[in-house]
Structures are given as structure tokens and as C-alpha cells.
Design a protein around this ligand. Structure first.
Ligand code: CNA
Length: 409
């Protein structure tokens, strides 16, 4: 799985191809082993020939299948996404969405009508609302016992960490001064390989702001203390949920974290994270000692401001760049979201996939509460949109629940 917005105009598959795939789409198919290594861990189905092969997290036989046959697009039995090997991107369309819903229907036994989490419904549908007092009484009475909280950068803005997309203050507005060809390049692996300095600069600002958890993080921790949090699926890499006291087993960091790092060439783990952080703070590139046996102690890599140098063995923290695989913990916990009895979404524009697919996997009966400045397009039954500032809203909810949250000051 890749943290990347899906391509909406992939030319490498036809809708008819997907229609034909329905014929072979059943529960047995999902359980088929990889046609090459027989693994049943994590498989994909080729849209062209319907063969099943394993993902790159197993032996990478679907990628091999693509290389030998040039069959372009495959469908994931883990998360219902589609990947085009020619575009090197997630791909999405109405027919793929329909197919993913069918997949969900078979896999989780839900009816299609129940399943309109993020659908692009344009008719004059009347949705059944979910009321604020239902939220409060449902949490207070412990009616909700398996709450999934889906979070994004917006929950940490009050802690001093800018989000991506808020105009003016978001990171994408701010990186303009770093001379990037396009803002997202700062998190692109090929760009990083050629010029790691903009990324290091962004990370330097992040490290130097020494952020502390704010009310939204404390609220999630409190839900867990009350025994009602099933899982916090977070897109954030700042660890503020952990700093608030949330145990690691209640947090899925879909886009990784900064606690560990590795070499982007030989993949060796770089175990001196303090040295890595020091390099970032001092504006030095951090290089892999295995790929650069002649670097001195303390990672004294020579180059400092030369963007034209090609580095060997750059060290990168284990955060997910565009085009990189998501951590296995996300794969493992992805489908668990279907067990949630309440979903709270906070501080995200839901633009990054496959994270945004999480909502698509919910049954229509599950209440969804969105706390954000704007609605990124959720339309469904049992939906409550609390529009405004996250910290203020969360503090109001806490007050109505008679909860005292630790001060964020
Ligand atoms: P985004 O696309 O920048 O969206 C943030 C959302 O939060 C927007 O809808 C904002 O309107 C909303 N928002 C921001 N501040 C507030 C506020 N105070 N009250 C209410 N709403 C607010 O960020 P996403 O998380 O959706 O994008 C996913 C990216 C962001 C992931 O890959 C993250 O790794 C990445 N990111 C993480 C951090 C972090 O770890 N703190 C910071 C910046 C980016």
C-alpha cells in the first residue's frame, strides 16, 4: 500500500476488464494462495488474467507477474485498493469503487446499500443524522465500546506543527521558499535522493518546535482509559498520541514515525537516531556507515549545501514518502476498522490514500463524527459534522462528558 493520492485517469485498464473480473470474484478467490510461492499472507489479483500473487511485503510476485506479462493493474485482497504497475500509482474510478464495494460485501458479508461511507452520491438523498447528544450519551453510557479514531495533521496544529494543506500556514505553502518543483516533492523519494536538504529543513523545523500533546491527543488517551478506544488510526508521524500516554498497541501510525530510521539504499537500520536528529538540526546529511565505510565517527559526512552531489546511502526516518509502502501494522489492523461501533475523524483532508479508504470499509449503520474545519466530502447516514476548531470542540465534548483533560499549556 502506498501513501499517495490515486490516479483518476489511468489509461491501462478498461472498465470491461473490471466487469469481467466479477465472474471470478468470490470468497475462495480471496483465500487463494500466491500462484508462485503459495503464501496466503497478502495477495493481489491481476485484473487482466485474474491470477493471484503476493505483495511486495511477502515475495513481491505480483510485481514480478507485471514485469513478465505487462499486465498493468492488480487489486488488493488486503484493503480493496487497485495499483497500476505502469503508472506506479494507486488508481481509482467509479468501476473500481464498485468493485471494492463488492469485495467488501463478500469479505465482510455486508449489503451494498449499507455501504455508502464515502460514496459520491449526488441524488437528493436524505441522510439519517447522528445527533450531538447521541454522541455524548453513547460515550457516557459506554454504549460505544469500540471507538475508532481516525486522525490527521489537523489535530497537532495547536501543538505548533503545521498541517499540509491549510492555505498560508500549511507545510505545502511554506515549502515554496525551498525552491521545490512542486510542494509534494519534499516527500518524494527520488527527489530526496537527489536533494535531501529541503526534507532535512522541514524535519529540522519539526524537531525544533518540540511539540507537546494538546487536547485532541489527551481526548484519545482518555477514550482509551475509559476502555472505549478500539484503535487510533493516525496519519501523523509526530508521536504526540504516545506522548499523551496512549499505548503503542492502540495506535496505528499509517505513515510511520521518526523513532527509527534506515538507509534508503541498503535498507540497513540506522540505530543512532540521536545522531540522525543531530545531523538534521545541524543541516548535515546523515549517511549509512555500511554504504560509506570511509565516513568518520559521528557521521561526519562532508557535503553540506551542495545539491548537485549524488549521495550514496542516505538515512531517512521511517516515515512514509509518496510512493513508499505503508507499514505492516496498517495492513494488519486495516480491516479491524469494520468492528468499530463509532468512528471519530479529526483533522484530516482525507486526501491521502489508502488511509482515506478506511471510511469506505465501514458499514452504513456505524455513526461517524467528523471534527474539522471543513468536510472533505463525507456523506452518509448516521453522520455528525462538528465544524470548527478541533481543540475547542474536543474540550467541549470532554466538558459534556464531565471529563477533565490535562492542560495543553
Ligand atoms: P492535511 O491534508 O493538511 O489536512 C489537515 C486538515 O485538518 C484540513 O482539513 C484542515 O482544515 C484541518 N485542520 C487543521 N487545523 C485545524 C484545526 N485547528 N481545527 C479544525 N480543523 C483543522 O493533513 P492530512 O493529515 O489529511 O494529510 C495526511 C498527511 C499529513 C500525512 O501523510 C501526515 O504524515 C502528514 N502530516 C503530519 C503531520 C504531523 O505528524 N503532525 C504534520 C503535517 C503533515
Amino acid at each position: 500500500m502506498f501513501a499517495i493520492s490515486p490516479k483518476l485517469d489511468c489509461p491501462h485498464y478498461q472498465d470491461e476488464q473490471i466487469m469481467r473480473a466479477y465472474a471470478e470474484f468470490n470468497r475462495d478467490k480471496f483465500c487463494s494462495p500466491c500462484g508462485h510461492c503459495s503464501s496466503v499472507k497478502e495477495n493481489w489479483m491481476c485484473f487482466e488474467c485474474k491470477e493471484v500473487f503476493c505483495s511486495r511485503f511477502v515475495e513481491g510476485h505480483m510485481a514480478m507477474h507485471n514485469e513478465t506479462t505487462r499486465h498493468p493493474v492488480a487489486f488488493s485482497f488486503s484493503d480493496g485498493s487497485a495499483w497500476c504497475y505502469e503508472c506506479d500509482s494507486y488508481v481509482y474510478s467509479n468501476s473500481i469503487r464498485e468493485f471494492a464495494m463488492k469485495f467488501q460485501e463478500i469479505k465482510f458479508g455486508e449489503s451494498k446499500q449499507d455501504n455508502q461511507a464515502m460514496s459520491n452520491i449526488t441524488s437528493e438523498n436524505q441522510f439519517i443524522p447522528f445527533e450531538y447528544n447521541e454522541l455524548i450519551t453513547g460515550i457516557k453510557s459506554k454504549q460505544f465500546k469500540k471507538i475508532a479514531v481516525l486522525t490527521g495533521a489537523g489535530i497537532s496544529v495547536a501543538a505548533g506543527i503545521p498541517d499540509f494543506r491549510t492555505p498560508g500556514t500549511g507545510l505545502y505553502s511554506r515549502v515554496a521558499k525551498l525552491g521545490l518543483p512542486y510542494p509534494e516533492a519534499v516527500f518524494n523519494l527520488d527527489f530526496f535522493r537527489a536533494n535531501p536538504y529541503p526534507y532535512y529543513q522541514v524535519r529540522k523545523e519539526f524537531l525544533l518546535c518540540r511539540a507537546k500533546p494538546v487536547s485532541a491527543h489527551h481526548f484519545i488517551k482518555r477514550l482509551n482509559d475509559e476502555g472505549q478506544l478500539m484503535m487510533n488510526y493516525s496519519q501523523n508521524i509526530d508521536d504526540l498520541e504516545l506522548d499523551a500516554g496512549l499505548p503503542l498497541d492502540k495506535l496505528v501510525q499509517a505513515h510511520g514515525h521518526m523513532r527509527t530510521a534506515h538507509c534508503i539504499d541498503c535498507r540497513a537500520v540506522y540505530d543512532d537516531i540521536n545522531e540522525f536528529n543531530k545531523c538534521i538540526e545541524e543541516g548535515r546529511v546523515c549517511l549509512c556507515p555500511y554504504c560509506n565505510p570511509d565516513i568518520g565517527e559521528g557521521n561526519n559526512a562532508k557535503p553540506s549545501n551542495q545539491t548537485e552531489v549524488t549521495f550514496k546511502g542516505l538515512i531517512k526516518p521511517d516515515t512514509v514518502f509518496f510512493g513508499e509502502a505503508l507499514p505492516t501494522s496498517f495492513h494488519k489492523e486495516f480491516t479491524k476498522v469494520t468492528e468499530a461501533d463509532l468512528v471519530i475523524v479529526m483533522g484530516t483532508s482525507l486526501k491521502v490514500y489508502p488511509f482515506a479508504f478506511l471510511l469506505q470499509f465501514l458499514s452504513g449503520g456505524v455513526p461517524v463524527v467528523l471534527i474539522n474545519r471543513e468536510n472533505p466530502g463525507i456523506q452518509r447516514d448516521h453522520f455528525l459534522f462538528l465544524e470548527g476548531d478541533i481543540q475547542e470542540i474536543v474540550e467541549r465534548i470532554a466538558r459534556d462528558l464531565d471529563w477533565t483533560l490535562p492542560s495543553s499549556k
